[in-house]
Design a binder for this molecule. Sequence first.
Ligand SMILES: Nc1nc2c(c(=O)[nH]1)N[C@H]1C(S)=C(S)[C@@H](COP(=O)(O)O)O[C@H]1N2
Ligand SMILES: [Mo]
Length: 244
Amino acid sequence: MTTPPIQNPGARTRRAFLTMGVSAAAAYGGWSWLRSRTPEGGVEWPLRGVLRGNEKVAEAYFSDGHLAPTFAISQADASVRKNGDVGLGDDFDAQQWVLNVQGAGEPFQVTMAQIRALPKVEQVTQLNCIEGWTVVVHWAGARLADFTAKYAPQSRGARFVGMQTPDQQYFVGLDMASALHPQTLLCYEMNGADLTSDHGAPLRLVIPVKYGVKNIKRIGTIAYTNDRPEDYWANEGYDWYAGL
Ligand SMILES: Nc1nc2c(c(=O)[nH]1)N[C@H]1C(S)=C(S)[C@@H](COP(=O)(O)O)O[C@H]1N2
Ligand SMILES: [Mo]
């Protein structure tokens, strides 16, 4: 068996390298759409290492307000996968649930009725799991940007948002630009029905500019902070941004 020669990306033009990276990555996962964020420590994600060296390109792309692809409701996948149940233990009563909010000022709580009273956004987007599968899902919920403007306006200038399950077993960290992205939803409906417990009832995050791992189910606490929040999978060695 011979080892193929290692190509030197520096010998290619920037655009050629990006194109090569995107097609190689798309072939890997069968995904038509990819985005890179600045790599920050940790091991490489399978679809991201190829884009390394193009951080400036990726950042310009992101700051353009680029949107993840959307689909018609009829294109939502009939069968939905579920993945990950960390923080979804049985010792939980969705009826008693309130959302804890921390940031500037005293901590406070927001009810499901208050979240449902925010403008309802329906969105059909892909959920991309790092394991290499993707599903198209019809979601409904409130924009995290609208929630933040209404309930935590003085925290909008923070650098990060952290979220965790009520039992604190699963937790994610988000940069503020991604958190306030117009497609980032606090979601309470999936494919036209209330979220089920498996998928994070009563409230989960939908953030299509990130891998599935950041789409935390059963949110218990939202914290606006200038300290980069801990992140369950980043703690296991994966990239903290986990952006597409
Ligand atoms: N609380 C919690 N949220 C979670 C996870 C988890 O283990 N616990 N897994 C994540 C991963 S890896 C994926 S791919 C998605 C899957 O969402 P779904 O089960 O609704 O398809 O949930 C994410 N949110
Ligand atoms: Mo995942």
